[in-house]
Design a protein around this ligand. Structure first.
Ligand code: ADP
Ligand code: ZN
Length: 761
C-alpha cells in the first residue's frame, strides 16, 4: 500500500480508512513549485464556482500554505482512501481558459517540457490575471422590506436622509457617492450598514474603454488567377471535417494578404472569428490598416499595449464581439469563442519562437490549436521554413503555390558583387563601385533605395594594431561595438556600455593608434551621407527605433518620398510594400552565413529573398545588388535566382544525411553559471546520463557536444550547450526528464532544455 503521507502533508494514515470515498474532486496545477497536478475536494458551498479554467486557492503542504492554482478538471469520482483537503476559495468568477485551450496548454507543457501551470501562466496575460483596468467597488442598496417601512424607523436626521436617498436611487450607489449626495460623512452610512438597514455587495467593474480604429473602407479586389485558386483550396479546407493545414507559398508581391482577407470574410460570414499572426516587427499601421479597412471589429494586440488595454481587448475577444484578431506570437492564445481560422504570415520568421519558458513556437501551437478546434491553419510565406516545406511535401500539409507577382510583374533581377576583388584595390568602404553606380542612377531616375546591413552600431571591431588587444565586454568576452552617436562602446548581447577608448586599454601597451574597423549601420549611414550628400536618408535599426511610434514615423517619411534612401538592419527586410523602391542593396550577405547554426544557409537565403522582394513592386521595375565574399555559396546563388525549389533541393539532402531538422527532432540543452568548471562538469554528466539512458532504452539519440556555446560567456556566466538529435521525439523527451530527475544540479548552475531550438547562439 502506498503511503500518501508527505505528498500532501496529510497526517492521516491511509490504512485507517477502508471504504473508497467518492466526491467532487478538482485537479489543480500551480505555476511555481511542484509540477504535478494535485487533487482537492470541492466543498458544497463552492460547487459551480470551482470550474476548469478558473483559478482557485488551495492549501499546500504541511503548513497548509494558501497558494493560487489553476483548476484543470472537476470530476465526481472515487478517490480511494486518500484524505483530500478542500479547495479554499474561487479566485475567478469567469472562466479564463476554455476546454480546448486547456487541452492545448496541456499539450504545450508536454511537448516543450514545461509545467502545465507555467504554460497557463504564460497563456493568460498578466493584465488579465491581475484584472488590470478594473476595480472592486462596494455597492449599497436598501432591501425592499426596509424600504417599505422607512417612515416607521427611529433614525437621526442624517441617517434618515441617507436611507431615503438610497431607497429612491435608481441603482446601487458606492459609499462615496452616497455620502457626497447627502453631504454627510461615512459615519451615518456605517451605522445603517451595521444595523443591516443597508446591504452591500462587492463587484468588479471596468473603467476602461478604447475606441475602435476609424479607418477608411476599401472594397475587395478582384482576384488574380493564382489568388482565386488559392482561395478555393482554402475554402475547401474550411468546410472539411478535419481541415489540413495549408502552406501558402507565394513569391513576394504575389498578393497573399488579399487571399487571407477573402478567406477571413468567409469565416466571418459563418459567424466565426479569425486570428492573424504576424511577426512583431510587421505590426505596423500599414498592417493594421490592411485589415481594419476591410473588417469591422478587429483587435490588434501588440507589445506596447498598456495592461488596461490588454485586459479590455481580451474581454472583448472572449465575448465574441471581435471578428479578427491581429497580433504577434502570443495572439495565438486569443480567447476567441468560435474560432474559424488561424493565419500565420511569414511563417518562417524566427520571432514566432519564444525564448523564455515555455519555449513554444507559435506555428506549432497554432497547428495544435487548429487541430483541436478543427479549423484550417494557413501558413503564408515566400520562403517557407524547411520544416513546413517538408511537411507539405510529405502530404501532411496542403501546398498552394503562387509563383507569379500581381499583374505579372517580373521579380527583380539580382546580381552579386564579389567583394573579394575589391579587397585587392585596398578599398575599405561599405559600398562597392557597382553599387555606387546603381545608387546614383536610381537617384537620378527619382527612384528610392533600400540598403540592408544586418549589424548595428558604427565599428563592429575595436583592436589595437600594436599589441593585437581586442576591446571586449567584461561580462561576455565578446567584441564591443563602437556607437558613434554617443561615443560609447556597447555589448550587443548584454548592453554593457563604456566610453570608447582613445588609446589601447591594455595597461602594458597604451598605444594611441587604436583602430576601429568593421562596418555597422551607423558607419554605412555616414558613408552614404558623404557620397550622396544632397539626398535625404534615414536609418532604421533598434538604436534609432527605440521610441514607440518611431518605426511608423520613419516608414511614413519613406512612403511619402521625403526620404530617398533607407538604411537599416533586417527590420527593413520584411513586408514593406513601396512601389517606388527600384533598388535594393545588400551590403554584406555573409553576416549570418558562417554562424555555427544548422540554419545558417536557410537564414541567408530567406534574408536575401525577402529584402529583394521589397523592390520591383511598382511599374518601374527593380534591381538588387548583393555584396558578398561567397558568391558561389548555394544559398546565395539560389536567392539570386529567386529559386526556393533549388535551395530546398540542395539543402534537404544535406539535412537528411546529418540527421538534422526537419528529418530528425532536436533538443538543445544549455547550462550556465559563474564557474566554468562546474558548468562543464555538469554538462558532461548530462551527456553521459543521456547516453546511458538511450543505451538502456535501446533507442538512438545522437549528441553534438557538450561544448562551449557560440556565446561562451554572457553577463558573467559561462555557457555550455549540448545538441540532441533523434528521430524519436518521445525518447528525447524521456531522456531530458530522466536527467531532471536523476542529476543533482550544482547550486551555481542553471540549465534549460529548448525543444525545436531556433537560437543556436
Ligand atoms: P505579398 O504579401 O504576397 O508579398 P501583398 O499582399 O503585399 O503581397 O500584395 C502586393 C501588392 O499587390 C499590394 O500592393 C496589394 O495591394 C496588391 N494586390 C494584391 N492583390 C491584388 C489584386 N487582386 N489586384 C490588384 N492588386 C492586388
Ligand atoms: Zn556583454
Amino acid at each position: 500500500m502506498k503511503n500518501q503521507k508527505g505528498l500532501f502533508g496529510d497526517d492521516t494514515t491511509p490504512w485507517e480508512q477502508d471504504d473508497a470515498q467518492t466526491g467532487l474532486v478538482a485537479s489543480v496545477v500551480m505555476s511555481t513549485g511542484p509540477e504535478k497536478a494535485f487533487d482537492y475536494l470541492v466543498p458544497d458551498e463552492l460547487i459551480g464556482e470551482i470550474l476548469p479554467g478558473r483559478r482557485v486557492y488551495v492549501p499546500l503542504g504541511r503548513s497548509n500554505r494558501r497558494v493560487m492554482a489553476y483548476c484543470v478538471a472537476v470530476e465526481r469520482k472515487e478517490y480511494g482512501q486518500r484524505k483530500l483537503k478542500h479547495v479554499l476559495a474561487a479566485l475567478d468568477q469567469q472562466t479564463l481558459v476554455s476546454s480546448h485551450m486547456l487541452n492545448m496548454t496541456q499539450w504545450m507543457a508536454d511537448y516543450y517540457l514545461a509545467s502545465w501551470g507555467q504554460v497557463l501562466e504564460a497563456v493568460i496575460p498578466a493584465a488579465v490575471r491581475g484584472n488590470a483596468g478594473t476595480r472592486e467597488v462596494t455597492l449599497l442598496s436598501v432591501p425592499p422590506q426596509v424600504a417599505m417601512q422607512l417612515a416607521t424607523l427611529k433614525l437621526t436626521d442624517k441617517q434618515q436622509k441617507v436611507l431615503t436617498t438610497l431607497a429612491a436611487a435608481s441603482k446601487p450607489m458606492t459609499p462615496g457617492d452616497l455620502a457626497d449626495k447627502c453631504r454627510v460623512t461615512q459615519a451615518p452610512i456605517s451605522t445603517l450598514r451595521k444595523k443591516k438597514l443597508i446591504t452591500s455587495e462587492v463587484r468588479r467593474v471596468s473603467h476602461a474603454h478604447f475606441d475602435d480604429l476609424d479607418i477608411e473602407r476599401e472594397s475587395a479586389k478582384s482576384l488574380s488567377e493564382d489568388q482565386a485558386a488559392a482561395l478555393q483550396t482554402i475554402l475547401a479546407q474550411v468546410h472539411a471535417p478535419q481541415p489540413k493545414p495549408i502552406l501558402l507559398h507565394g513569391v513576394t508581391g504575389s498578393g497573399k494578404t488579399e487571399v487571407y482577407i477573402q478567406a477571413i470574410q468567409n469565416v466571418i460570414d459563418q459567424g466565426k472569428q479569425a486570428i492573424v499572426l504576424v511577426p512583431e516587427i510587421s505590426l505596423t499601421p500599414q498592417t493594421k490598416q490592411r485589415f481594419a479597412s476591410r473588417f469591422d471589429r478587429i483587435a490588434v494586440l501588440h507589445s506596447h499595449m498598456s495592461d488596461v488595454e490588454r485586459h479590455w481587448q481580451w474581454k472583448r475577444i472572449a465575448s465574441g464581439i471581435v471578428n479578427v484578431v491581429v497580433g504577434a506570437r502570443s495572439a495565438v492564445f486569443a480567447p476567441t469563442p468560435h474560432l474559424g481560422m488561424i493565419i500565420l504570415d511569414e511563417e518562417h520568421d524566427t520571432s514566432f519562437k519564444q525564448d523564455s519558458v515555455p519555449r513554444y513556437h507559435a506555428r506549432e501551437v497554432a497547428a495544435k490549436r487548429a487541430e483541436l478546434e478543427k479549423v484550417p491553419l494557413i501558413l503564408g510565406t515566400a520562403t517557407p521554413s524547411l520544416e513546413t516545406f517538408y511537411r507539405a511535401k510529405q502530404g501532411q500539409y496542403e501546398l498552394i503555390s503562387m509563383p507569379r507577382r500581381i499583374g505579372n510583374r517580373p521579380l527583380p533581377a539580382v546580381r552579386t558583387v564579389d567583394m573579394r576583388y575589391d579587397k585587392t584595390t585596398g578599398y575599405r568602404g561599405a559600398i562597392s563601385r557597382q553599387l555606387y553606380q546603381s545608387i546614383q542612377r536610381t537617384l537620378q531616375q527619382d527612384g528610392q533605395i533600400i540598403l540592408l546591413l544586418n549589424r548595428r552600431g558604427h565599428s563592429t571591431h575595436i583592436q589595437c594594431p600594436a599589441c593585437g588587444h581586442i576591446v571586449k565586454c567584461p561580462h561576455c568576452e565578446l567584441p564591443l561595438t563602437h556607437h558613434i552617436t554617443d561615443g560609447s562602446t556597447v555589448c550587443h548581447y548584454c548592453d554593457y556600455r563604456s566610453t570608447a577608448p582613445r588609446v589601447c586599454p591594455d595597461a602594458k601597451c597604451g598605444y594611441s593608434g587604436i583602430r576601429f574597423s568593421g562596418i555597422g549601420t551607423q558607419k554605412l549611414e555616414q558613408e552614404v551621407k558623404a557620397k550622396f550628400s544632397s539626398y535625404p536618408i534615414i536609418r532604421m535599426d533598434s538604436d534609432t527605433m527605440k521610441k514607440p511610434g518611431s518605426h511608423e514615423a520613419a516608414l511614413e517619411k519613406f512612403r511619402n518620398q521625403e526620404v530617398r534612401i533607407l538604411v537599416g538592419t533586417q527590420m527593413i527586410a520584411k513586408g514593406l510594400d513601396f512601389p517606388n523602391v527600384t533598388l535594393v542593396g545588400v551590403i554584406n550577405a555573409d553576416t549570418a552565413l558562417h554562424f555555427p547554426d544548422v540554419r545558417a544557409g536557410e537564414r541567408t537565403f530567406q534574408l536575401i529573398t525577402q529584402v529583394a522582394g521589397r523592390t520591383g513592386r511598382g511599374d518601374l521595375g527593380g534591381e538588387v545588388l548583393v555584396q558578398t565574399l561567397s558568391p558561389d555559396h548555394p544559398a546565395i546563388e539560389a536567392a539570386t535566382r529567386h529559386d526556393y525549389a533549388l535551395f530546398a533541393e540542395r539543402e534537404l539532402p544535406f539535412r537528411r544525411d546529418f540527421q538534422m531538422t526537419p528529418f530528425a527532432h532536436m533538443v538543445r540543452i544549455i547550462a550556465r553559471g559563474p564557474a566554468q568548471a562546474s558548468v562543464e562538469l555538469f554538462m558532461q554528466q548530462v551527456g553521459e546520463e543521456i547516453q546511458r539512458f538511450t543505451a538502456e532504452k535501446g533507442g538512438e539519440i545522437s549528441q553534438q557536444g557538450p561544448a562551449p556555446a557560440p556565446i561562451e560567456k554572457l553577463r558573467g556566466n559561462y555557457r555550455y550547450h549540448l545538441l540532441l538529435h533523434s528521430f524519436d521525439r518521445h525518447l528525447m523527451r524521456a531522456a531530458v526528464l530522466h536527467c531532471r530527475e536523476k542529476i543533482t544540479v550544482p547550486e551555481d548552475v542553471l540549465w534549460i532544455a529548448d525543444v525545436d531550438p531556433i537560437d543556436m547562439m
